[in-house]
Design a protein around this ligand. Sequence first.
Ligand code: COA
Length: 169
Amino acid sequence: MDITVRQIRIEDAEGFRECLDSVARERRFLAQVEAPPLAQVQGFVQSSVDNDAAQYVAIVRGQVVGWCDIFAHWAYALRHVGSLGMGVRADFRGQGAGERLLRATIAHALHKGIYRITLEARADNLAAIRLYEKLGFEHEARTRCALRFDGVFHEGVQMALLQGPASAG
Ligand SMILES: CC(C)(COP(=O)(O)OP(=O)(O)OC[C@H]1O[C@@H](n2cnc3c(N)ncnc32)[C@H](O)[C@@H]1OP(=O)(O)O)[C@@H](O)C(=O)NCCC(=O)NCCS
């Protein structure tokens, strides 16, 4: 499969929204169960482009099939901390898109001064947890009743990757 991984562009907004919506509707991996309206996503992507944010998409035959983003915290003492979100459409998983997206986004985050990357995954989301472990993320905490789908609580796992000056020890 010919996968292109590159920084998001404003013209990707609709495809990104469709991809996000498709993963959200699985009602399992993401906290949201549908994507926000297109106008909101367009505004979000525009601000990402304007800020040269660490937000990448995977494209196959012109279709957005995955995304990964790491957004820095706004508060002064937390500007080196970024939260990670990602997903690959179910029919394109297991072919290396997720790993390529994650590597590209982490590298961009380093360039933007994001030295601590944090995320929370559902504890039973082994595909995501293995991917994060493979790229050096470490487990920091287990969170009880972190997510709730259709009345059922799920445990979460908080993980983090330190890079740049934060990894110096
Ligand atoms: C997590 C996710 C992004 C991985 O994307 P992907 O394109 O399928 O992953 P890749 O093909 O690049 O796999 C890279 C690594 O991830 C891990 N991995 C991927 N799928 C896995 C699976 N089903 N079981 C165990 N490990 C898996 C492996 O470490 C793999 O490396 P390997 O091939 O050397 O074993 C994808 O499964 C997904 O979109 N899941 C739903 C959304 C989601 O969970 N988002 C994260 C929320 S915290």
